[in-house]
Design a protein around this ligand. Sequence first.
Ligand code: ZN
Length: 147
Amino acid sequence: MLSDLYQETILDHNRRPRHYGPLPGANRRADGANPLCGDRWSIALRLVDDRIEAIRFEGSGCAISKASASLMADAVSGHTVQEALALFDRFHAVITGPMDRDDDAEAIGKLAALVGVREFPIRVKCATLAWHTLKAALAGADCATSE
Ligand code: ZN
């Protein structure tokens, strides 16, 4: 079943989160928190000429928020800021959209693993926390320390 596949992706990203840990040479950072659930994630990235050359996240939170951060980092790594923000818009539209819009879910690739949160509005915040934190990091000032 499709839902089992989604479940498997979330479990996989919890067990083996991608892009997890500190990022040497990061020049953008942001912290995000979802007090409703206790999720707290920090995102660091290396932005070079409007392209996300590297991204890492650290922190703690529920399975949904952790899998979402891992999937998000995978999805935006190597992409431009515009591509990342456009993907967030599509992702956000899918997970807050009507239940019968599975055609849209296909357009967001592996991020569709999180589509089940549509049934649980409170979990939407878990699934979007990493993305909002990414946005904050991209909007923030260059914070590179001299090396
Ligand atoms: Zn959560």
